[in-house]
Design a protein around this ligand. Structure first.
Ligand code: GLN
Length: 488
């Protein structure tokens, strides 16, 4: 049996029966990484020794039978913007290349407590800025379905790792699609939870009012298991939500009769690839066959989603990234006669990549005196309109179905010199973050051999609803079972 290909649920059943050990499972994942990651390049850091040590501890727990959770002994990887104590956390940036945090992000700590085994840290667009993983300061990640194509971004390493069976799940981060878009491009399942549902403590901030941590996994059931373990209020994050976390697995009943689904006209406009539209429309028909009622809805401010998202993101990012000054964190250029300002300038010039610099400059400009009202304030007002679009739609329907991206995975190099084209590939994913909603990306077919993803968007704190719909879909389809041909 190829242990690295198991779902969390299947591996858990074997672990508790004593048919496999976590050390065997973790070894299988580490061997798989050694076999296929030289071609995929999903990992910035692999922590083999620590992983095997954690796996042995998980085995002891499984043997005693005390404190066993559904994630005990399950190997996983995390996007490299999530702080991990004693394990390098780079955000795929030269400025943090040697940064080793002293503490775990809350999500990492919760997974550690649940007994999950961290095998490594995954490549991303630098600081989460990008849609293709080509903005990493270190190397590009390749899509396991076609190595000449991008895995999507910014959690490209996290999606590619799951698709290529290098870890049973990943933790990613979604500020404007970074979990959902790579999940769609790589044919895996990914969740952007509602803002505040999952703690951001220890997540290196991109845009603090949008950032959400979410899982990528082989199916909805596994994504729900991971969400269950990481969700809930955190005293270290004042924006985390106090509401009780429902039992997501208990809520997975597969009957969709009476569930109302909305299809937003604006998301099926021109520019969408015919193969993508066909797959998503077929999925909607399938949901209808399962008993769901489908109606057309309108999200009239969709055209403004990209401009206001990028404006607010750049403004918030420019403020967040001010902390990388060569004094407290990471890279520091030696003072060669100059003063502290010279040190800031030299460190930042050397440590940040082009896309990060572009966004810091644009964001600083948008926040500067005289422009603040015209740009930032106006964008915040339009953000309210986007949120109201969703509120109105959710008065009529339980969930909204949309494509993840207008195209399938594009070629490496195809958009990297055209930032606007790159930003436009986020057209279907960005609204969820300023809109304050949650959204699940599930594989729903192929177009010319490449995976197509469908979004199931739910109202604020509506994770149970979208898990239920996604799980019912996967119980009666096989798209999520297809794996790319890689290695043995
Ligand atoms: N493509 C988005 C951007 O470049 C993704 C951001 C994210 O979700 N981290 O801003």
């Amino acid at each position: 049996m190829a242990l690295h290909t198991l779902t969390i649920q299947a591996a858990h059943n074997l672990l508790v029966k004593g048919e496999i050990t976590s050390v065997e499972l973790t070894r299988a994942v580490l061997d798989r990484i050694a076999e296929v990651d030289p071609a995929v390049r999903a990992f910035v850091t692999v922590c083999e020794e620590e992983a095997l040590r954690e796996a042995a501890a998980a085995d002891a727990c499984l043997q005693s039978g005390e404190g066993v959770t559904p994630l005990t002994g399950i190997p996983y990887g995390a996007k490299d913007c999530l702080s991990t104590a004693r394990v390098r956390t780079t955000c795929s940036s030269a400025i943090l290349e040697d940064y080793v945090p002293h503490y775990d992000a809350t999500v990492i700590a919760r997974l550690r407590e649940a007994g999950a085994v961290l095998v490594g840290k995954q490549n991303m667009d630098e600081f989460g800025m990008g849609s293709s993983c080509e903005n990493s300061a270190f190397f590009d990640t390749h899509n396991p379905w076609d190595l000449d194509r991008v895995p999507g971004g910014s959690s490209g390493g996290s999606a590619a790792a799951v698709a290529a069976d290098m870890g049973l799940f990943s933790l990613g981060e979604d500020t404007g699609g970074s979990v959902r878009m790579p999940a769609g491009f790589c044919g895996v399942t990914g969740l952007k939870p509602t803002y505040g549902r999952v703690s951001r403590y220890g997540l290196i901030a991109l845009a603090s009012s949008f950032d959400s941590v979410g899982p990528l996994a082989h199916d909805v059931h596994d994504a729900a298991l991971v969400t269950q373990a990481i969700a809930g209020q955190d005293p270290y994050d004042s924006t985390s939500v106090a509401a009780v976390v429902p039992g997501y697995i208990a809520g997975l009943d597969r009957d969709l009769r009476g569930v109302k689904l909305g299809v937003p006209v604006e998301y099926f406009a021109e520019g969408i690839e015919p193969g993508v539209e066909a797959a998503v429309r077929a999925a909607i028909d399938h949901l209808t066959d399962l008993g769901a009622e489908v109606q057309v809805v309108s999200l009239p401010h969709t055209d403004y989603a990209i401009p206001i998202y990028y404006l607010i993101l750049m403004a918030e990012a420019s403020a967040n990234l001010a902390r990388f000054d060569g004094v407290r964190f990471g890279l520091s250029t030696p003072l060669d006669g100059g003063d502290v300002i010279d040190r800031y300038l030299q460190t930042r010039a050397k440590g940040f990549g082009d896309e990060v610099k572009r966004r810091i400059m644009l964001g600083t400009f948008a926040l500067s005196a005289g422009y603040y009202d015209a740009y930032y304030l106006r964008a915040q007002r339009v953000r309210t309109l986007l949120r109201q679009d969703f509120e109105r739609a959710f008065e009529q329907v339980d969930a909204i179905i949309a494509p993840v991206c207008p195209t399938t995975a594009f070629k490496l190099g195809e958009k990297i010199d055209d930032p606007l084209q790159m930003y436009l590939s986020d057209i279907h994913v960005v609204a969820a973050n300023p809109g304050g909603v949650c959204s699940l990306s599930v594989p729903c077919g192929f177009s010319e051999g490449l995976p197509v993803g469908m979004q199931i968007i739910g109202p604020p704190l509506g994770e149970s609803t979208i898990f239920r719909i996604g799980d019912a879909y996967q119980a009666t389809t096989t798209w999520h079972l297809d794996r790319p041909q890689m290695g043995q």
